[in-house]
Write a protein that binds this ligand. Structure first.
Ligand code: FUB
Length: 326
């Protein structure tokens, strides 16, 4: 009897200690916020980001498709800013396809770049009179606008490129200013195209060239770290993100494999990569907001990006936690 009593006491102490330990673990988890997606009151997609005066400005397309519509309905772009990659402030709507008189809609993927105190916003829209998608440019004196059409006509139209028969191959611009000041625009669906830009940033300077990349779908993005140029892009469909590396913006580009897997519940993934306050970030979108999130109601997320010693990229780990207070 005495033996049974001792065993019961020991079992109780063990249970009490065990549950105490479990509580510590779960309260540690409770301190983590689920920071992805970073914006939850609107559906956002195709993020582009710049760093300016110690802030990140994030530009996104607004997915506005009603819950029963499975097609893109995108009538404006949005802009957010953050000082820590955790808290995001929304600014007034900075740009719409209707700001381009020659466009008929579709606020598809875009990218902003700063040059000489001006902010140039390269956007994909549907052209009003030339069949197919086109690329336009807006300009502003501040990263939050107001932006206005910088040219009064499209920079690139579907009839300027004959590499494919599809009408949506002139989409997803990304712009890079090289160390010598020369600016380049990369874009495309199915075929990755690029061209030099004149110093005024609103005219092409020379022929349209192509980059041969395996399973290129769309969303080219250029960034540089040290001596290496990186060309990441949406690979296959549903999209993974793959990347290639080069020692020159003009190539040759060496394919390096997958950087990010298919993002949850979304056919597209559309990445942007930035360095901010000494850390590297991978920005993408998924379709994770319950219950209507999906390929046409997407949400921008951010996770860390890490490099290997040889300059190659570690595969992104997409998380619900995202970026935590640091
Ligand atoms: O958002 C419309 C299109 O979907 C973009 O232009 C592509 O990059 C894909 O994300």
């Amino acid at each position: 009897m005495k033996k049974i009593f001792i065993l019961l006491v020991a079992a109780f102490i063990g249970f009490a200690c065990g549950s105490g330990k479990e509580k510590t673990t779960s309260s540690a988890h409770e301190n983590l916020n689920f920071n992805n997606p970073i914006i939850t009151d609107k559906y956002t997609a195709d993020a582009a980001a710049i760093v300016h005066n110690d802030k990140v400005y994030l530009y996104a397309g607004h997915d506005q498709a009603p819950n029963d519509v499975n097609a893109y309905r995108m009538h404006e772009w949005l802009v957010y800013s953050s000082e820590d990659m955790v808290h995001w402030q929304e600014h007034p709507v900075p740009l719409k396809p209707t700001d381009f008189k020659w466009a008929s809609g579709s606020a598809w993927a875009s990218e902003v770049i700063e040059k000489s105190g001006k902010f140039y916003w390269y956007v994909t829209v549907e052209h009003g009179s030339i069949h197919g998608k086109a690329i336009g440019v807006a300009v502003a004196d501040s990263p939050t606008g107001p932006f206005k059409d910088a040219i009064g006509k499209a920079l690139i139209t579907n009839n300027m490129t004959t590499h494919t028969n599809i009408s949506w191959d002139d989409i997803d611009p990304t712009v890079w200013i090289d160390d010598d000041g020369q600016a380049y625009i990369f874009w495309g669906n199915t075929v990755c195209k690029y061209a030099k830009l004149k110093d005024n940033m609103i005219e092409l300077d020379g022929p349209i060239m192509t980059v041969d990349l395996p399973n290129f779908t769309e969303a080219p993005f250029i960034h540089k770290k040290g001596d290496w140029y990186y060309l990441s892009y949406a690979y296959q469909f549903p999209e993974k993100i793959a990347y290639a590396m080069s020692k020159s913006i003009n190539g040759p580009w060496e394919f390096k494999g997958i950087l990010n897997e298919v993002a949850g519940n979304s056919n597209t993934n559309h990445q942007a990569i930035i360095e901010f306050k000494g850390k590297d970030y991978f920005i993408y979108h998924n379709g994770s907001i319950p219950t209507h999130g999906g390929s046409f109601r997407r949400s921008v997320c951010v996770d860390r990006l890490y490099y290997n010693e040889d300059g190659t990229l570690k595969r992104v780990i997409m998380t619900s936690e995202g970026i935590q207070n640091q």
